[in-house]
Design a protein around this ligand. Structure first.
Ligand SMILES: NC(=O)c1ccc[n+]([C@@H]2O[C@H](COP(=O)([O-])OP(=O)(O)OC[C@H]3O[C@@H](n4cnc5c(N)ncnc54)[C@H](OP(=O)(O)O)[C@@H]3O)[C@@H](O)[C@H]2O)c1
Length: 336
């Protein structure tokens, strides 16, 4: 079987993780990654033998022994598909400027507007709708998380309406210029953009979100409040989450009662970079009161979208079996 030839454009938080995930797929080949300016990440990639291509001038990244294999246009000549992991709004711009002229399929990331691609994607929810598409957006870390849990609840019990408060991390751990450092910043947008974004994947979901940003870098946390169409018990809900792919049920009682401990758990599991690609639902937090289901979930923003990018590649390349793709991706990444 011929392997799918993949290129990565933008080698930051998401790009380096997607590149590593592509390297683990038996049906994919990482042809190269495109850098914009020199940084140590490109130097490490180069030392690992990953071919590096230049977005602009070769001199911008050719430092400290980074080997340059060519320009972005040369990479585009060699690949079937690009995963664009540049910061918004460059993904959508790159589609027009680079990928369309080269006739190459492209995935853009969740910072981009939904209109920047043909469709928004979460593997468990709408894989089939992305089959053979040319331009797909893998939704944000927060939207991915809500789609995973709400979709599972909707299929099993039916969701009448969902409400969520998102407690968002101020920045990624390396992001020295982000904040706040001593404040809580509410979103004054109602709903916050996350609810409408969920509907780009779960098209008919009745969902409303609010959000605050807090001084933490490790994870986001969501508090969900869901009215279901059928009666159920907390045990049934926990069992459903336990049996749903890419959701990990955790227990505060196991010394996992905070996002800090959850990230330590990811490191102790031996996950690369200490990532936690599954959405973590606290078992003790699942409760049903007056017909409403409540639960808290933790979201590792740097990594939960990585498996989605891998499945989006297969969907766009016309591989029809969603379950098989999800299974292959999960197995390669060691996911529940
Ligand atoms: N970080 C998260 O928590 C997270 C989670 C889910 C989704 N996302 C989404 O993923 C996307 C990437 O985010 P990120 O956090 O990975 O960003 P990042 O860490 O800042 O990395 C972005 C990379 O893209 C490069 N770049 C800058 N402008 C470019 C352009 N015009 N064309 C190609 N590459 C360019 C940057 O190069 P330089 O180093 O030269 O600037 C950098 O290597 C965004 O849409 C974001 O919203 C991020």
């Amino acid at each position: 079987m011929e392997k799918i030839k993949v290129g990565i454009v933008g080698y930051g938080t998401i790009g380096k993780r997607v590149a590593d995930a592509v390297l683990l797929q038996e049906d994919m080949e990482l042809v190269g990654v495109v850098g914009r300016t020199y940084n140590y990440k490109l130097e490490i990639a180069s030392k690992r033998g990953i071919p590096i291509y230049a977005l602009n001038k070769i001199e911008d990244i050719k430092h400290n022994g980074v080997n340059i294999s060519g320009t972005v246009d040369e990479l585009l000549n060699k690949v079937d598909i690009v995963v664009d992991c540049s910061p918004k709004p460059n993904g959508a711009k790159n589609i027009e400027k680079l990928y369309k002229p080269a006739g190459v399929k492209a995935i853009i990331q969740g910072g981009e507007k939904a209109a920047g691609a043909e469709i928004s994607f979460v593997a468990q929810c709408n894989y089939k709708d992305s089959l053979n598409k040319d331009y797909v957006r893998v939704v944000s870390c927060n939207t991915t998380a809500m789609c995973r849990t709400l979709h599972a609840l909707d299929v099993k019990f039916g969701v009448k309406k969902a409400r969520a408060t998102l407690i968002r991390r101020g920045g990624d751990p390396h992001a020295v210029k982000r904040g706040p450092i001593n404040s809580i910043i509410p979103s004054f947008e109602l709903p916050s953009h996350h609810g409408p974004d969920v509907r780009t994947v779960l098209y008919d979901m009745e969902v409303f979100t609010t959000a605050v940003i807090v001084p933490t870098t490790l994870m986001h946390m969501h508090n969900l409040d869901v009215v279901l169409k059928t009666e159920t018990t907390t045990d049934e809900v926990v069992e459903l989450f336990r049996n749903t792919s890419r959701i990990r049920v955790i227990k505060a009682d196991h010394k996992l009662g905070s996002t800090a401990e959850v990230m330590e758990y990811g490191r102790d599991l031996g996950n690369k970079r200490g990532d936690m690609m599954e959405i973590c639902v606290w078992e003790e937090g699942v409760g049903i009161v007056g017909g409403e289901l409540f639960f808290p979930q933790a979201v590792h923003q740097e990594s939960d979208v990585v498996p989605e990018n891998i499945d989006a590649i297969r969907a766009m390349m016309g591989i029809e079996d969603a379950e098989k793709s999800i299974e292959m991706t999960n197995k390669s990444l060691g996911l529940e």
